[in-house]
Ligand binder design. Structure first.
Ligand code: ZN
Length: 476
């Protein structure tokens, strides 16, 4: 369909690189309403504080949602909670395919008894099988002192017994599993956000290119167990998960230190610096700012907070593109504690975070998939041809794209500085731009302006070769 020989030649003004070209725009300052889709504006506006509040109160009423809690009651414990989440999501729209993603687990690690673990997922089928996830974890935990005591006792963050941190100490096999663990913020907030977006997207009647998945994980507090099991299955079955927006502790604007911040949200992204997760975080920042300009996304160039963990990492570790949303100011005394109650939630804040998720997920799901910029031999498709001093960028066409947007920045800095919309081409030459001095990337754009996240041109890692010296008869 697309001729790969088609090439756009862009003329820059003089030796100062690209600064003189009229078509170039500054990425950071480009936040006006242009390119906004009225359908996404409406979707974002459909997020209801009232509904988020009602979900949180109901989740709190189960008293505990510990993955190892009893499942015999219809009103208390994780069995009652997961059935309610299932029934709710099913009630939102006949278009949502709601199911339990179920696993039988023997005792292992912090799973101290045989247990049936169930993630609850709602799928909104798109035209293509590629998947965009919005997720949270509905399980909870509470123990004496909670996270506040763990932080305040001066233990190094990596040694603090955060149950969802990698390498935390195993749970006491005799610990009570049915103790009160309301988990309204951790992670009732991410669960409510995920359920509310399932409703908003399901009721919208919109047809997306990507398949949307609204996923409520279990077993997070035992070591990202539900997320890891699902990601393992997706990797084994080659399910094309394109992006995971995971939300964990996103409902409080009042930090334990007394600082209040209801206007920003952190988005943690696994490196290296031009990984797809970092690209996804930049995407959330860019499109969040356009659709929810009153809320600021703060990308974080690290996997998560010190000594803490979340389900996005389980997807990252299996090669998927995932980021973790975290409230900007945490109150540790309420985490993993009986004090993690409804009183710790700001519904206006949680709703803003839900709107940012909605904007990012909808834009991604309408947009074409991100372009591939690697050759069959996994080399970046960037050269200095034809002059030897140009930036010559090639990529593979994305299905559904009608244009592409080129991004670049100085090779020292986290955020794109410049962008340029090019036509329906798979090759662009930026004359007299030293590819060694900039990072370049390309996003796919459809006829309505929906944009994928950016794929960056990255130098592949090199391995050193051992050098022999005279007299040595074997390689080191
Ligand atoms: Zn959590």
């Amino acid at each position: 369909m697309i001729r790969s020989s088609v090439m756009a030649l862009v003329f820059a003004a003089g030796v100062s690189g690209f600064g003189g070209a009229a078509a170039a725009q500054t990425a950071s300052g480009d936040l006006e309403a242009r390119d906004l889709d009225a359908r996404i504006v409406k979707l974002v506006a459909s997020v209801s504080e009232e509904r988020l509040g009602a979900i949180l109160k109901k989740l709190e009423s189960f008293e505990t949602r510990n993955t190892l809690s009893s499942t015999s009651s219809t009103t208390r414990g994780i069995g009652a909670a997961r059935q309610w989440i299932f029934d709710q999501m099913k009630s939102y729209s006949p278009r949502l395919q709601v199911s339990f993603d179920t696993y039988q687990l023997p005792p292992q690690g912090r799973i101290t008894r045989q247990v049936e673990l169930r993630n609850v997922m709602a799928i909104l089928p798109g035209r293509s099988p590629r998947r965009i996830y919005v997720s949270g974890h509905y399980d909870t935990v509470a123990r004496p002192g909670g996270q506040g005591a763990a932080n305040a006792n001066g233990a190094a963050p990596a040694a603090a017994p955060d149950p969802d941190a990698p390498g935390a100490r195993p749970a006491d096999p005799s610990a009570p599993l049915d103790n009160l663990a309301p988990g309204v913020n951790d992670d009732g907030s991410g669960t409510a956000l995920t359920m509310e977006l399932a409703r908003v997207f399901g009721e919208s009647g919109l047809e997306f290119d990507a398949t949307l998945v609204f996923m409520c994980h279990a077993g997070e507090e035992q070591g990202l167990v539900g997320a890891r099991l699902h990601a393992q299955k997706a990797a084994a079955e080659k399910i094309p998960i394109e992006a995971v927006l995971n939300n964990d502790i996103v409902g409080g604007d009042r930090g334990g230190s007394g600082i209040v911040d209801g206007a920003t949200i952190r988005v943690y992204a696994e490196g290296p610096e031009d990984s797809s997760s970092r690209a996804l975080a930049r995407f959330v920042q860019r499109w969040g700012a356009r659709y929810v300009p009153s809320h600021r996304v703060r990308p974080m160039a690290r996997p998560d907070r010190f000594g803490r963990g979340g389900d996005h990492s389980a997807y990252n570790q299996l090669g998927f593109t995932a980021v973790g949303f975290r409230e900007s100011r945490e109150n540790f005394t309420r985490q993993h504690d009986v004090r993690d109650t409804y009183e710790g939630i700001s519904l206006p804040y949680l709703a803003q975070n839900a709107r940012v998720n909605a904007a990012a997920a909808a834009t991604l799901a309408f947009a074409p998939p991100p372009p591939n910029v690697l050759s069959e031999r996994n080399q970046p498709l960037i050269t200095r041809a034809p002059s030897g001093y140009d930036a010559n960028l090639k990529w593979t066409a994305s299905p559904g794209a009608t244009a592409y947007r080129i991004f670049w920045r100085d090779a020292w800095g986290p955020d794109w500085q410049h962008e340029l919309l090019v036509g329906h081409v798979t090759n662009v030459v930026l004359p007299n731009m030293q590819i060694d001095d900039y990072v370049f990337g390309v996003a796919a754009v459809d006829a309505s302006g929906h944009e994928s996240f950016v794929t960056a041109y990255v130098t592949p890692p090199r391995t050193g070769t051992a050098i022999k010296t005279v007299g040595s008869d074997q390689q080191r």
